[in-house]
Every structure is written in structure tokens, then in C-alpha cells.
Design a protein around this ligand. Structure first.
Ligand code: AHM
Ligand code: MG
Length: 390
């Protein structure tokens, strides 16, 4: 059994027992003690049954070496000249996500400076929250300063945003700095979403670079500000999940090579819109409700990042369909649907607009919308069957 230690020690770790001066007693708790006096609690249940001190220290050594932060992971993954630019870009995004995670934690304590409405509207006529604007500033400044991004698209800004400090930037970044705004003020999970493309020419601002099909992305990810803060990332290969260790201030690799189950028992959709659905969608949800073995569960948080994160780990589907009220659905193709669809596919799942693969869409406008159904491949196929049979 492995014991997870939480920091890279400056000296070899040794075991100590709280509440005792000598060896272990029945109720004493073992701690891992590092040279600097920083400690990490290890519970009795986590210890191997045969706990000789040497065995424990050996076990600790193994895991301490295995500890991988987002920084080391990216540097090891993106080694060549080409991808080292990408690595710097993603590290800057990681830092922005940590900053936003801090704002989210302080939201209720900041005397209204972070919570509540900003009194402005975004390009789609939606009310902006103060935290939407803070997150946009943090994301866009971080990307600009990374020096690796030539142009950006943000949900909060109508036009393309050229990066002033990146004369040699070779990447295009599309992002929703804070997704799930309606959940901000009630402490329900929210998130940030991003997708990265390569620019046609290094350092050249070409508006068409921001309208590439989703399948041409080179990396995508999201941060979930929930009961834990997770950063999920793919650089075109596997999907990796990191968890923010706030004592270290680092994202630590906790979910290597995530695979979405081929099918699942959870469906996620805003059923309040059912009166606007077409027959195909209504028939599908009715069908799902009547499955007996095992019965399906409806889970809908109303924050895409949280709903998709659960779908990625537990399987099932997340849908925001088209309906008679919004014929293209609600979610934005470029910076909401594409990155999540890219992650879902890289994890072995699927993402469809109901008929076709989401990632095959070539957007004609940076803020266009698309209906979306994503998650376990078998379940998404079943939704497509219902939607195309009507
Ligand atoms: P936002 O970008 O303004 O926060 O809107 C996107 C959010 C998604 O996170 C979520 O899936 C959806 O809106 C929920 O919409 P609804 O309240 O219509 O169900
Ligand atoms: Mg959003």
C-alpha cells in the first residue's frame, strides 16, 4: 500500500507520532515530518499492516518521488521547441485558475467586492457578475503576459482580443473565464473553460485563426471550483486530472489517464425547458425515465463544468439541446462546447450536436451557439438515434 505525502521534502522524511514522545500508542496519530517542520497528517487506516519504521519510510520515499505537479507534468509532456511554448501558455492558465479559485473561496467574505452583479451585460445580453469580470481580467492578462498567445476570444468580450505583449505568440486561446455565473452567489460549483489552437503564422494576428474547427485544437481543459479545485487537461493525447493542494499552492496529478465509462446511469439536462423540446428529445428523456434495470438518475447542477466533470468520471450524458425557444441551444460553440467535446473524445467518450460530431463544426462567428449532447459513447449514440428518428 502506498502512503500519499503532500509535499516534496527538503530532507528525507521521518515518521513521528502525535501525543507521544516515544513509539506509537493505540490512539496516537502518525505524522510525516519534514526537515522544515512542515507536517502532513497520515491516518492510521492509511498505514500498511506491518508497520516497521523502515517499511513506512520506504513506502513514503516511493510516493514522494511520484508526486507530480502541473508544472513538472507539462514540462515533461511538452519537450520540444514547439510544445515548450504551449507548456508556458498552459502554466499561465494554471496560475490564473489558482487566482480565480482564491477569489471564489473569498467571495462571501469580501464585503460585496467579488460577489453580486456588475451592473453590465455581455455581448449576448446576459447580466455580468463581478466575478465574471475579475476572471476575465485574470485570464486575459495571464495569457497576454505569457507571451505565447497571439489572439484571444473571451465569453465576456464581443470582439477578438489581440495580445499586445506577444509579438511572437503562436497560439490562439478561446475561453469562458467563469462558467456557471448563476451559481456564483450561492456557493455552488463553477468553473473556467479553455481551448488552444495553433496560429497560422507566429506572431501574426489573423482573425480566421479563431474560427478553426474544434478538431484542430491542440489542447483543452477546464478548472472546476467545487468541493475541491480540479484542473482537467488534455494536450491532444490522454486526459489528466489535477487537484489543487492549497497547502502547496500547486495542482497535483491525481487522476492520470481519465477514461469515461462506455455507458452510465446518469442523465443531465434542464428539464424546466421540456415544454420547448421537440418530439425526439421528449421521447428520449421519457425512454430514459422508464429504464428499470438499473434505473437512471437525473443530476443537473446548471454549471456545465461541474455537470461535465461528473459525466467524465461517472459516465452518462450531459445535454443542452436545441428547442423552440433557442434553436441553437444555449452553450457557445467555441469556448464552451469545443473544449469540453475535445476532452470528452480524448477520454473515449463522444460529443454530438444531436446529429453530427461537435468537433467537425467550423464556426462562422466567435460567439455562435450549438446544441450539445456529450458523455459516454453508447449513451450519446442512443440520443442521436432518438433525435434523428423523428
Ligand atoms: P454562463 O456562461 O452564462 O454561465 O452560461 C452557461 C451555463 C452553463 O454552465 C450551464 O450548463 C448552463 O448555462 C445552464 O443554463 P440553464 O440555467 O438555462 O439550465
Ligand atoms: Mg459559460
Amino acid at each position: 500500500m502506498k502512503i500519499k505525502a503532500r509535499i516534496v521534502p527538503s530532507r528525507r522524511p521521518r515518521l513521528a507520532w502525535s501525543g507521544t514522545t516515544g513509539g506509537p500508542s493505540r490512539c496516537s496519530q502518525p505524522r510525516v515530518v519534514y526537515g522544515s517542520g512542515v507536517t502532513s497528517l497520515v491516518t492510521r487506516e492509511m498505514l500498511p499492516k506491518t508497520s516497521s519504521r523502515n517499511q513506512l519510510e520506504d513506502a513514503l520515499d516511493v510516493d514522494v518521488e511520484d508526486l507530480q505537479t502541473l508544472g513538472t507534468f507539462i514540462i515533461n509532456t511538452a519537450k520540444d521547441e514547439d510544445t515548450s511554448d504551449l507548456s508556458i501558455l498552459i502554466q499561465s492558465i494554471g496560475t490564473s485558475c489558482k487566482y480565480i479559485a482564491n477569489c471564489v473561496r473569498k467571495l462571501g467574505l469580501a464585503n460585496g467586492k467579488l460577489g453580486g452583479k456588475a451592473g453590465t451585460e455581455n455581448v449576448q445580453g446576459e447580466e455580468q457578475m463581478k466575478l465574471d469580470l475579475v476572471a476575465h481580467e485574470v485570464f486575459s492578462r495571464g495569457l497576454d503576459r505569457s507571451g505565447r498567445c497571439t489572439v484571444m476570444v473571451s465569453e465576456e468580450v464581443e470582439e477578438l482580443i489581440p495580445c499586445a505583449s506577444s509579438p511572437h505568440g503562436r497560439y490562439v486561446c478561446v475561453f469562458d473565464p467563469l462558467d456557471g455565473s448563476s451559481n456564483i452567489d450561492c456557493s455552488v460549483s463553477i468553473g473556467s473553460i479553455f481551448g488552444i489552437y495553433k496560429a497560422t503564422e507566429r506572431g501574426v494576428f489573423n482573425p480566421k485563426d479563431a474560427l478553426q474547427p474544434g478538431k484542430d485544437m491542440v489542447a483543452a481543459g477546464y478548472a472546476l471550483y467545487g468541493s475541491a479545485c480540479n484542473l482537467v487537461l488534455t494536450i491532444g493525447g490522454c486526459v489528466y486530472g489535477f487537484t489543487l493542494d492549497s497547502s502547496l499552492g500547486e495542482f497535483v496529478l491525481t487522476h492520470p489517464k481519465i477514461r469515461v465509462p462506455p455507458s452510465g446511469n446518469i442523465y443531465s439536462i434542464n428539464e424546466g425547458n421540456s415544454k420547448f423540446w421537440d418530439a425526439g428529445m421528449a421521447n428520449y428523456v421519457n425512454h430514459v425515465k422508464n429504464i428499470q434495470d438499473p434505473p437512471r438518475s437525473l443530476r443537473y447542477i446548471g454549471s456545465m463544468v461541474a455537470d461535465v466533470h461528473r459525466t467524465l468520471l461517472y459516465g452518462g450524458t450531459f445535454s443542452y439541446p436545441s428547442d423552440s425557444k433557442s434553436k441553437d441551444g444555449k452553450l457557445r460553440t467555441l469556448y464552451e462546447c469545443f473544449p469540453m467535446a475535445y476532452i470528452m473524445e480524448k477520454a473515449g467518450g463522444a460529443a454530438s450536436d444531436g446529429k453530427n460530431r461537435i468537433l467537425d463544426i467550423t464556426p462562422h462567428h466567435i460567439h455562435q451557439r450549438s446544441p450539445i449532447h456529450m458523455g459516454s459513447a453508447e449513451d450519446v449514440k442512443e440520443i442521436e438515434r432518438f433525435l434523428t428518428e423523428q
